[in-house]
Design a protein around this ligand. Sequence first.
Ligand SMILES: Nc1ncnc2c1ncn2[C@@H]1O[C@H](COP(=O)(O)OP(=O)(O)O)[C@@H](O)[C@H]1O
Ligand SMILES: [Mg+2]
Length: 260
Amino acid sequence: MDSELKPAPETSLVEIDQLDLFYGQTHALHGICMQIYERKVTAFIGPSGCGKSTLLRCLNRLNDLIPSVRVQGQVRVAGEEVFAPGCDVIELRRRVGMVFQKSNPFPMSIYENVAYGLRIAGENDRRVLDQAVERSLRAAALWDEAKDRLDSSALRMSGGQQQRLCIARTLAVEPRIILMDEPCSALDPIATGRVEETIAELKKRYTIVIVTHNLQQASRVSDYTAFFYLGRLIEYDATVKIFTNPALKQTEDYVTGRFG
Ligand SMILES: Nc1ncnc2c1ncn2[C@@H]1O[C@H](COP(=O)(O)OP(=O)(O)O)[C@@H](O)[C@H]1O
Ligand SMILES: [Mg+2]
Protein backbone atom coordinates (compact mmCIF):
# COMPACT_ATOMS: atom_id res chain seq x y z
CA MET A 1 0.00 0.00 0.00
CA ASP A 2 1.20 3.51 -0.76
CA SER A 3 2.43 4.87 2.56
CA GLU A 4 0.25 7.97 2.18
CA LEU A 5 -2.83 5.80 2.03
CA LYS A 6 -2.12 4.00 5.28
CA PRO A 7 -4.21 5.20 8.19
CA ALA A 8 -2.23 7.32 10.63
CA PRO A 9 -1.42 5.44 13.83
CA GLU A 10 -3.82 6.37 16.60
CA THR A 11 -2.65 8.60 19.42
CA SER A 12 -3.92 7.70 22.84
CA LEU A 13 -5.30 10.73 24.70
CA VAL A 14 -6.91 8.98 27.67
CA GLU A 15 -5.55 5.93 29.47
CA ILE A 16 -7.77 4.07 31.89
CA ASP A 17 -5.90 1.58 33.99
CA GLN A 18 -7.43 -1.03 36.35
CA LEU A 19 -10.29 1.27 37.24
CA ASP A 20 -12.75 0.13 39.90
CA LEU A 21 -15.58 2.28 41.18
CA PHE A 22 -17.95 1.72 44.09
CA TYR A 23 -21.15 3.53 45.03
CA GLY A 24 -21.17 2.53 48.72
CA GLN A 25 -21.53 -1.26 48.55
CA THR A 26 -22.36 -1.32 44.82
CA HIS A 27 -19.34 -2.31 42.74
CA ALA A 28 -20.19 -0.42 39.53
CA LEU A 29 -16.95 -0.67 37.52
CA HIS A 30 -14.61 -3.67 37.55
CA GLY A 31 -10.98 -3.39 36.45
CA ILE A 32 -11.58 -1.22 33.39
CA CYS A 33 -8.52 -0.89 31.14
CA MET A 34 -8.75 1.00 27.88
CA GLN A 35 -7.30 3.82 25.85
CA ILE A 36 -9.28 6.52 24.11
CA TYR A 37 -7.86 7.84 20.88
CA GLU A 38 -7.36 11.45 19.96
CA ARG A 39 -9.67 13.00 17.34
CA LYS A 40 -11.80 9.88 17.15
CA VAL A 41 -15.35 9.19 18.24
CA THR A 42 -15.57 6.39 20.79
CA ALA A 43 -19.00 4.95 21.62
CA PHE A 44 -19.86 3.26 24.92
CA ILE A 45 -22.66 0.72 24.47
CA GLY A 46 -24.29 -1.92 26.67
CA PRO A 47 -27.51 -2.56 28.55
CA SER A 48 -28.88 -0.03 31.00
CA GLY A 49 -27.01 -0.05 34.32
CA CYS A 50 -23.78 -1.55 32.92
CA GLY A 51 -21.71 1.47 33.96
CA LYS A 52 -21.44 3.59 30.81
CA SER A 53 -22.36 6.90 32.45
CA THR A 54 -20.30 6.08 35.52
CA LEU A 55 -17.19 5.53 33.42
CA LEU A 56 -17.86 8.64 31.35
CA ARG A 57 -18.12 10.74 34.52
CA CYS A 58 -14.74 9.43 35.71
CA LEU A 59 -13.05 11.19 32.81
CA ASN A 60 -13.78 14.64 34.24
CA ARG A 61 -14.45 13.58 37.83
CA LEU A 62 -18.13 14.41 37.82
CA ASN A 63 -18.63 11.45 40.17
CA ASP A 64 -16.95 13.56 42.86
CA LEU A 65 -20.33 15.17 43.37
CA ILE A 66 -21.75 11.85 44.65
CA PRO A 67 -20.62 11.40 48.28
CA SER A 68 -20.61 7.57 48.45
CA VAL A 69 -18.23 7.12 45.51
CA ARG A 70 -14.88 5.39 45.96
CA VAL A 71 -12.43 4.90 43.11
CA GLN A 72 -9.37 2.68 42.65
CA GLY A 73 -7.05 2.65 39.68
CA GLN A 74 -5.99 5.36 37.31
CA VAL A 75 -7.32 7.64 34.62
CA ARG A 76 -4.80 9.75 32.75
CA VAL A 77 -5.94 12.54 30.46
CA ALA A 78 -3.13 13.81 28.22
CA GLY A 79 -0.71 12.08 30.58
CA GLU A 80 -2.09 13.67 33.74
CA GLU A 81 -3.56 11.52 36.51
CA VAL A 82 -7.05 12.87 37.18
CA PHE A 83 -7.45 11.29 40.63
CA ALA A 84 -4.10 12.65 41.86
CA PRO A 85 -4.48 15.00 44.84
CA GLY A 86 -2.88 17.85 42.87
CA CYS A 87 -5.29 17.63 39.94
CA ASP A 88 -7.06 20.93 39.26
CA VAL A 89 -10.63 19.70 38.80
CA ILE A 90 -11.94 22.99 37.42
CA GLU A 91 -9.22 22.97 34.76
CA LEU A 92 -9.87 19.26 34.10
CA ARG A 93 -13.56 19.99 33.47
CA ARG A 94 -12.65 22.78 31.08
CA ARG A 95 -10.45 20.39 29.10
CA VAL A 96 -12.97 17.57 29.30
CA GLY A 97 -16.40 19.06 28.59
CA MET A 98 -19.75 17.34 29.03
CA VAL A 99 -23.03 17.36 27.12
CA PHE A 100 -25.90 15.70 28.97
CA GLN A 101 -28.89 13.62 27.92
CA LYS A 102 -31.36 16.36 28.61
CA SER A 103 -30.27 19.66 27.15
CA ASN A 104 -29.82 22.12 29.99
CA PRO A 105 -29.50 25.65 28.62
CA PHE A 106 -29.41 28.35 31.27
CA PRO A 107 -32.40 30.71 31.45
CA MET A 108 -30.55 33.47 29.63
CA SER A 109 -29.90 34.56 26.07
CA ILE A 110 -28.32 32.36 23.42
CA TYR A 111 -25.25 34.62 23.49
CA GLU A 112 -24.86 34.48 27.26
CA ASN A 113 -25.26 30.71 27.31
CA VAL A 114 -22.28 30.31 25.01
CA ALA A 115 -20.23 33.06 26.68
CA TYR A 116 -20.94 31.69 30.17
CA GLY A 117 -17.82 29.58 30.67
CA LEU A 118 -15.57 32.40 29.49
CA ARG A 119 -17.30 34.93 31.70
CA ILE A 120 -16.89 32.82 34.83
CA ALA A 121 -13.22 32.45 33.89
CA GLY A 122 -13.05 36.26 34.05
CA GLU A 123 -13.25 37.15 30.35
CA ASN A 124 -15.22 40.35 29.79
CA ASP A 125 -13.73 41.74 26.58
CA ARG A 126 -16.71 42.01 24.26
CA ARG A 127 -14.65 41.32 21.11
CA VAL A 128 -13.15 38.17 22.60
CA LEU A 129 -16.59 37.00 23.69
CA ASP A 130 -18.17 37.85 20.30
CA GLN A 131 -15.53 35.82 18.50
CA ALA A 132 -15.85 32.86 20.85
CA VAL A 133 -19.64 32.88 20.57
CA GLU A 134 -19.55 32.93 16.76
CA ARG A 135 -16.81 30.31 16.53
CA SER A 136 -18.62 27.97 18.94
CA LEU A 137 -22.04 28.37 17.34
CA ARG A 138 -20.53 27.73 13.92
CA ALA A 139 -18.73 24.63 15.18
CA ALA A 140 -21.99 23.35 16.66
CA ALA A 141 -23.75 23.97 13.31
CA LEU A 142 -26.09 26.48 14.93
CA TRP A 143 -24.78 29.84 13.70
CA ASP A 144 -27.15 30.23 10.77
CA GLU A 145 -30.19 29.52 12.92
CA ALA A 146 -29.03 31.63 15.87
CA LYS A 147 -27.15 34.63 14.48
CA ASP A 148 -30.21 36.88 14.18
CA ARG A 149 -31.54 36.05 17.63
CA LEU A 150 -28.47 35.96 19.85
CA ASP A 151 -30.18 38.10 22.47
CA SER A 152 -33.34 36.05 22.69
CA SER A 153 -33.86 33.43 25.36
CA ALA A 154 -32.24 30.05 24.80
CA LEU A 155 -35.35 28.47 26.28
CA ARG A 156 -37.34 29.46 23.19
CA MET A 157 -35.24 27.25 20.93
CA SER A 158 -36.37 23.79 19.83
CA GLY A 159 -35.05 20.74 21.70
CA GLY A 160 -32.54 19.95 18.98
CA GLN A 161 -31.31 23.54 18.84
CA GLN A 162 -30.97 23.58 22.63
CA GLN A 163 -28.81 20.46 22.50
CA ARG A 164 -26.55 22.01 19.85
CA LEU A 165 -26.43 25.15 22.01
CA CYS A 166 -25.17 23.01 24.88
CA ILE A 167 -22.51 21.64 22.54
CA ALA A 168 -21.57 25.24 21.59
CA ARG A 169 -21.38 26.21 25.27
CA THR A 170 -18.99 23.31 25.86
CA LEU A 171 -16.86 24.27 22.85
CA ALA A 172 -16.53 27.92 23.89
CA VAL A 173 -13.93 27.11 26.55
CA GLU A 174 -11.89 25.08 24.02
CA PRO A 175 -11.92 21.60 25.51
CA ARG A 176 -9.86 18.74 24.08
CA ILE A 177 -12.39 16.07 24.89
CA ILE A 178 -16.18 16.22 24.70
CA LEU A 179 -18.20 13.68 26.66
CA MET A 180 -21.77 13.11 25.52
CA ASP A 181 -24.17 11.04 27.60
CA GLU A 182 -27.06 9.93 25.37
CA PRO A 183 -27.20 13.39 23.77
CA CYS A 184 -29.97 12.48 21.32
CA SER A 185 -32.26 10.37 23.45
CA ALA A 186 -34.73 13.25 23.87
CA LEU A 187 -34.58 14.33 20.21
CA ASP A 188 -36.62 13.44 17.14
CA PRO A 189 -34.89 11.76 14.17
CA ILE A 190 -34.28 15.01 12.28
CA ALA A 191 -32.74 16.78 15.27
CA THR A 192 -30.74 13.61 15.98
CA GLY A 193 -29.41 13.71 12.42
CA ARG A 194 -28.24 17.29 12.90
CA VAL A 195 -26.42 16.41 16.11
CA GLU A 196 -24.80 13.41 14.42
CA GLU A 197 -23.61 15.63 11.54
CA THR A 198 -22.20 18.02 14.12
CA ILE A 199 -20.31 15.16 15.81
CA ALA A 200 -18.81 14.11 12.47
CA GLU A 201 -17.60 17.67 11.92
CA LEU A 202 -16.29 18.09 15.49
CA LYS A 203 -14.08 15.03 15.45
CA LYS A 204 -11.69 16.76 13.07
CA ARG A 205 -10.62 18.85 16.05
CA TYR A 206 -11.90 17.17 19.17
CA THR A 207 -11.89 13.78 20.84
CA ILE A 208 -15.44 12.62 21.51
CA VAL A 209 -16.79 9.93 23.79
CA ILE A 210 -20.48 9.23 23.38
CA VAL A 211 -22.74 6.99 25.45
CA THR A 212 -25.66 5.77 23.40
CA HIS A 213 -28.32 3.13 23.76
CA ASN A 214 -28.97 3.48 20.03
CA LEU A 215 -26.81 0.89 18.31
CA GLN A 216 -27.42 2.35 14.87
CA GLN A 217 -26.19 5.67 16.16
CA ALA A 218 -23.03 4.05 17.55
CA SER A 219 -22.37 2.41 14.20
CA ARG A 220 -23.04 5.65 12.31
CA VAL A 221 -21.01 8.11 14.34
CA SER A 222 -18.19 6.25 16.05
CA ASP A 223 -14.76 5.00 15.01
CA TYR A 224 -14.34 2.77 18.07
CA THR A 225 -16.96 1.00 20.16
CA ALA A 226 -16.66 -0.31 23.69
CA PHE A 227 -19.25 -2.86 24.85
CA PHE A 228 -19.89 -3.04 28.60
CA TYR A 229 -21.85 -5.55 30.63
CA LEU A 230 -22.43 -5.50 34.40
CA GLY A 231 -19.62 -3.03 35.03
CA ARG A 232 -17.05 -4.83 32.90
CA LEU A 233 -15.54 -3.90 29.55
CA ILE A 234 -16.37 -6.94 27.44
CA GLU A 235 -15.01 -5.97 24.03
CA TYR A 236 -13.44 -2.85 22.56
CA ASP A 237 -12.44 -2.48 18.95
CA ALA A 238 -12.97 -0.58 15.73
CA THR A 239 -16.70 0.04 15.31
CA VAL A 240 -16.89 -1.89 12.04
CA LYS A 241 -15.33 -4.89 13.73
CA ILE A 242 -17.69 -4.75 16.73
CA PHE A 243 -20.74 -4.56 14.49
CA THR A 244 -19.74 -6.98 11.74
CA ASN A 245 -17.29 -9.45 13.21
CA PRO A 246 -17.00 -9.20 17.00
CA ALA A 247 -14.60 -11.54 18.78
CA LEU A 248 -17.08 -12.63 21.45
CA LYS A 249 -20.49 -14.23 21.21
CA GLN A 250 -21.75 -12.00 24.02
CA THR A 251 -20.96 -8.91 21.92
CA GLU A 252 -22.56 -10.42 18.86
CA ASP A 253 -25.73 -11.26 20.79
CA TYR A 254 -25.95 -7.67 21.99
CA VAL A 255 -25.25 -5.89 18.71
CA THR A 256 -27.67 -8.14 16.84
CA GLY A 257 -30.38 -7.40 19.38
CA ARG A 258 -30.58 -10.85 20.90
CA PHE A 259 -30.34 -9.42 24.40
CA GLY A 260 -30.22 -6.07 26.19
N1 LIG B 1 -25.56 7.98 42.07
C1 LIG B 1 -25.57 6.66 42.20
N2 LIG B 1 -25.66 6.08 43.42
C2 LIG B 1 -25.67 4.74 43.55
N3 LIG B 1 -25.59 3.87 42.54
C3 LIG B 1 -25.50 4.38 41.30
C4 LIG B 1 -25.48 5.80 41.06
N4 LIG B 1 -25.38 6.00 39.71
C5 LIG B 1 -25.35 4.77 39.16
N5 LIG B 1 -25.42 3.80 40.10
C6 LIG B 1 -25.38 2.34 39.85
O1 LIG B 1 -24.18 2.02 39.15
C7 LIG B 1 -24.43 1.09 38.11
C8 LIG B 1 -24.06 1.69 36.76
O2 LIG B 1 -24.94 2.77 36.46
P1 LIG B 1 -24.76 3.74 35.23
O3 LIG B 1 -23.34 4.13 35.11
O4 LIG B 1 -25.76 4.82 35.35
O5 LIG B 1 -25.13 2.78 34.00
P2 LIG B 1 -25.54 3.10 32.49
O6 LIG B 1 -25.16 4.52 32.20
O7 LIG B 1 -24.79 2.09 31.69
O8 LIG B 1 -27.02 2.87 32.39
C9 LIG B 1 -25.90 0.71 38.23
O9 LIG B 1 -25.99 -0.45 39.03
C10 LIG B 1 -26.51 1.90 38.94
O10 LIG B 1 -27.64 1.53 39.68
MG1 LIG C 1 -26.34 6.12 31.65
